[in-house]
Design a protein around this ligand. Structure first.
Ligand code: CAA
Length: 282
């Protein structure tokens, strides 16, 4: 596969999880954030999760130090120029991602593989601004990245067989189970998950039960680790809304249309766990 040094752009919720997972699996990782404050926040989150693992005796303090030593942080995109693979985990904004890839394309050697962790922006739309669409692939991780076993490997029409195989091998080297999907809106999981989450909000709007009972119903009735409304808060209401717009535009099915309550909560800044309130208060 030839991947040893991994660059990650963005050290937020997903980026920090990708960094932690890759460093824990022996990869040297460089992570870039836009400023020192965001970088410090992301790195201290990783340190905190690892410290928790040491406390639970799931790893030794020396192992934790070794993982942290494999991670280096930077605010300069230029510092990722010597990476074998660069994964972006920045905001779901087309212009932002395209601008980043243009810069990285000019900086990195032609052999560097590019991967996007997007959940909704087509891989082809990102790959087309680079001179390496054959070396461009989607690697869609799930939150919390260190825990969730799945990676969706998105094989765009331009992704070469070698790039696809490297992405599959890399995912397995992270201890994940990769599944392959074509470059289509929502890939596999969000295409199926979003209507389910929205139906739970519609059930709440219709007054069929309390939020707690809807969640308990799905947890205990179907063996899900979280109920749909708690999961919506966990994913982020704004993120779910953004994904639903992409799905609705792509397919036009009414079940991808966001429920009124979701739009209202987002417009009030109630975005879920990250803002302290969504369907539930935290
Ligand atoms: N980073 C690292 N480890 C974490 C973590 C994090 N952010 N959050 C939890 N963990 C670990 C804990 O340390 C704990 O580890 P041990 O078992 O080794 O002690 C383990 O996960 C379980 O955590 P908790 O005991 O604290 O809590 P829990 O049992 O309730 O599990 C959960 C929490 C893993 C989040 C679980 O509720 C779950 O699996 N929920 C569903 C999550 C899900 O569906 N994610 C996908 C969202 S969709 C998406 O991400 C795609 C998209 O594009 C929107």
């Amino acid at each position: 596969m030839g991947i040893r040094k991994v660059g990650v752009v963005g050290c937020g919720l997903m980026g920090s999880g990708i960094v932690q997972t890759a460093a824990s699996c022996g990869f040297e990782v460089k992570v870039r954030e836009v400023n020192d404050q965001f970088l410090a926040k992301g790195l201290s989150k990783i340190e905190g999760v690892l410290a928790g693992a040491v406390k639970k005796e799931k790893m030794t303090a020396a192992e934790k130090d070794a993982v942290m030593a494999r991670i280096s942080g930077t605010t300069r995109v230029e510092d990722l120029a010597d990476c074998d693979l660069v994964i972006e985990a920045v905001n779901e904004n087309v212009e932002l991602k395209q601008d980043l890839w243009r810069r990285l394309d000019a900086l990195c050697p032609a052999t560097t593989l590019f991967a996007s962790n997007t959940s909704s922006i087509p891989i082809r739309v990102q790959a087309q601004v680079t001179a390496r669409p054959d070396r461009f692939v989607g690697l869609h991780f799930f939150n919390p990245v260190p825990v969730m076993k799945l990676v969706e490997v998105i094989r765009a029409e331009t992704t070469s067989e070698a790039t696809y195989q490297a992405a599959m091998e890399f995912s397995k080297a992270l201890g994940k189970t990769p599944v392959t999907c074509i470059d289509t809106a929502g890939f596999i999981v969000n295409r199926l998950l979003v209507p389910y989450l929205f139906d739970a909000v519609r059930a709440l709007e219709a007054g069929i039960a309390t939020a707690e009972d809807i969640d308990t119903g799905m947890k205990l009735g179907c063996g899900h680790p979280m109920g749909p409304l708690a999961l919506l808060d966990f994913v982020g209401l704004d993120t779910a809304l953004a994904i639903s717009h992409i799905l609705f535009d792509a397919f036009g099915f009414p079940h991808y249309k966001a429920p009124k309550l979701l739009e209202k909560l987002v417009s009030e800044g109630k975005l879920g766990r990250k803002s302290g309130e969504g369907i539930y208060k935290y």
